[in-house]
Design a protein around this ligand. Structure first.
Ligand code: CP
Length: 329
């Protein structure tokens, strides 16, 4: 890792001052598995500094001035895509937004050819979301730009796990020994995989809860407690993370009905009684209200769901900065 000098990246509204930092080791962020716990903490600390920029009257610093960032989204997205774009604009990058419907993939062009052509235009960073696991790795191999995985199939969603970690740290101040229960469609969830890797690296006690049909096989292999009982998952939990039932990724019948799923696994105020009194409720979105979460919980006093969204901008600013602006020599 390279040592970075203090950075004071001034703008007319005031400087962005980051402490002495250590850069990331790679040009890409493709998965949490590639990050050390020190790198994860560096991203969280940098994100805390970036949050301050969002409180200014002029929410802009010149850290990525002259850098070109392409947002390449082959799957729908509200939070990830908008927060990346806001983060890029706050850092003064030149941004391009491409979705599958606006690309020549609709005329049959492959991902490989699409990326080779993009690479020829020399962007500095490509943010990619794709339905296929490993798509980010393909993009990273094909061009010299830094690549950030914004979600690849059922594989990983690293910036989501980082913003979740920032939210947990802001509320709990630590990870070590925290009981974090993740409840929902674990099988189809890239958010689960990234969170599991990150939370274990930082010492949290992860409990995975799902119907047998939506549980990953071999959870013991990952050193994770798994259960089909929501009460067991909620009992004594510091953090409860609910995950969406992903009907669009299901081939076949995994649950009898959404109504029955809610009755057995849906998070209600009544079920929360077993959790710690200061439990926080998280959800990456989009919400299926009345399926994995009742509205009274989603909008209730324990919910930090919109804080997660706000932290998404800061975390993405931090990752962009550390990959494209943090390395200056
Ligand atoms: N959490 C998340 O990835 O949401 P979007 O699909 O809206 O980006």
């Amino acid at each position: 890792m390279s040592q970075q000098a203090d950075s004071s990246l001034g703008d007319p509204a005031g400087p962005l001052v980051l402490g002495t930092t250590v850069g990331l080791r790679t040009k890409d962020l493709l998965g949490i598995g590639d990050l050390s716990s020190e790198e994860i903490l560096l991203i969280l600390d940098t994100a805390e500094a970036m949050k301050e920029v969002g409180t200014r009257p002029i929410k802009k610093v010149p850290a990525l001035r002259g850098r070109t960032v392409v947002n390449l989204f082959f799957e729908p997205s509200t939070r990830t895509r908008m927060s990346f774009e806001i983060a890029e604009k706050r850092l003064s990058a030149d941004t391009l937004n491409m979705t599958a419907s606006g690309l020549s993939v609709v005329k049959g062009e492959t991902l490989v050819d699409t990326v080779r052509n993009l690479g020829a235009m020399a962007p500095d960073l490509i943010i990619v979301r794709h339905a296929s696991a490993g798509a980010g790795h393909v993009v990273a191999r094909l061009c010299s730009a830094g690549v950030i995985n914004a979600g690849d199939g059922m594989h990983e969603h690293p910036t989501q796990a980082l913003l979740d970690a920032l939210t947990i740290r802001q509320h709990k101040g630590r990870f070590d020994g925290l009981k974090v229960s993740i409840i929902g469609d674990l099988l189809h969830s890239r958010v689960f995989r990234s969170n599991l890797l990150l939370l274990q690296k930082l010492g949290a006690d992860v409990c995975a809860c799902a119907p047998t049909t939506l549980m990953l096989s071999g959870m013991n292999r990952f050193g994770v407690r798994s259960t089909t009982s929501v009460d067991e998952a909620v009992d004594g939990a510091d953090v409860i993370m609910l995950l969406r039932i992903q009907l669009e990724r299901m081939r076949g019948h995994f649950i009898p009905s959404l109504r029955e799923y809610f009755q057995r696994f849906g998070m209600t105020t009544d079920r929360l009684r077993l959790a710690k009194p200061d439990v926080i409720i998280m959800h990456p979105g989009p919400l299926n209200r009345g399926v994995e979460i009742a509205s009274e919980v989603a909008d209730g006093p324990y919910s930090v769901i919109l804080e997660q969204v706000a932290n998404g901008v800061a975390v993405r600013m931090a990752v962009l900065y550390l990959l494209a602006g943090g390395h200056q020599g």
